[in-house]
Design a binder for this molecule. Sequence first.
Ligand code: SAM
Ligand code: DTB
Ligand code: SF4
Length: 339
Amino acid sequence: MTTCVSGQAVKGNENVRVGEIRTDWQREEIKALYHSPLMDLIYQAATVHRTYHDPEHVQQCTLLSIKTGACPEDCAYCPQSARYDTPVKPEALLNVETVVTAAKLAKEAGSTRFCMGAAWREVKNNEAFESVLDMVQQVNEMGMEVCCTLGMVDLDQAKRLKAAGLTAYNHNLDSGENFYEQIISTRTYKERLDTLKNVREAGITVCCGGIIGMGESDDDRIDLIHTLATLSEHPESVPLNALVPVEGTPLESQPPVSPWELIRMIATARLTMPRSKVRLSAGRVRLSVAEQALCFMAGANSIFTGEKLLTTPNNDANEDSEMLELLGLKAEPYQAPAI
Ligand code: SAM
Ligand code: DTB
Ligand code: SF4
C-alpha cells in the first residue's frame, strides 16, 4: 500500500513512491496512480500539493494572442490553422505599445504572468522577432512573469528571449506520442522535444502540457504524463487543457470531456510533478465552481483570467473573483526571480 507524505496509508495503488521529486517514473506506476479510486487520488494529490505549495494561492495569468490565425500547421484542435474555415479572423502582429498596455491592464486585474501567443510554426530571425523581444523586455520590466508561445525555437533564439527577460516558454506536447500523429502531421513529437531542450538549455523555465478530450484513450494521457514526468527536469509549469471544440476544425464535434477526467489528470500531474505549477487552462469555462474547487483540491494552482484565452472566450472576471473568495483562495503575489 502506498505511503503518502503525511505518513497515512492511501488505498488503491501498491508500491508507488509518491511525495518526492522523481524523474524515474515507470509508466506502470503512473498508470496505477491515474486509475486509483478518484477520492483516494484526490486525497493523495491534495496532500502532496500541500507539501510543496501554499494551498491558499492560485496564480492568475493572462493570455494575449499577439499574432492571430493563418498558421501553416494542421493541429486538428486549433482554430488558428489556415487549413480550416473557422470563425477566427487572421490579424498581423500587434504593435509593442498595444501589447504593453494589455499587460498593464492584466497586472492591474491581479495577473502576475503575461503570456503572449503567436500563430507561427516557428520563430524566424526577422523584424517580427525583434518586436517580440521588445515586448518581452517591457513586460518583464513591469514586474510580471513573461511567457511566450511562438512555435518552434532554436537555441540561439531561445538565448535571445532569455536575454530579453523571458521567464517561461510554452510549447505543449499536446498528447502521448502515439496519439499525437492523429492530431498533427506538420510537426513531429521529436521536433517538440527539441524545442523544449533548447528552451531548457537557454535557462528559460519550461511550460509544457497537453489537451484532453480529443478522442485519446486513458493510455494516451498516461503516456503524456509519463513523458513530462521523465524529462530530465520537470516542466516548471504544466498547463492542462480540456478541448474547446471550435467550428470548422476537424475536432469540432468531439463530445465534451467529463470534468472528472480533467480532475484525474490534474491529480496525476500533481503527484508525479510535485513542484510544478499545474495550470487549469482551456475548458475551464465549462466547469462549475464546485468542479473547479475539486481541480484546486487535486493540485491545480493557476488559472487564466481575462476575457479571452487566445481566441476563445474565458470565464467572467467577476465570477472568478467571487469563486476565489468563496473558496478562501487568494491570487498568488508576484515574486521577482532570484538572480
Ligand atoms: N503556435 C504555437 C504553438 O503551437 O506552440 C502557440 C499557440 S497554441 C494555440 C498553444 C497551445 O494551446 C496548443 O499547443 C494547445 O495545447 C492549446 N490549444 C490550442 N487550441 C486549443 C483548443 N481549441 N482547445 C484546447 N487547447 C487548445
Ligand atoms: C495552453 O496550454 N493553453 C493556453 C496557453 N497554453 C497558450 C492556450 C489555450 C488556447 C485555447 C484556444 C484559444 O483560445 O484559441
Ligand atoms: Fe498553429 Fe499553434 Fe494553432 Fe498549431 S496550435 S495551428 S502551431 S497556432
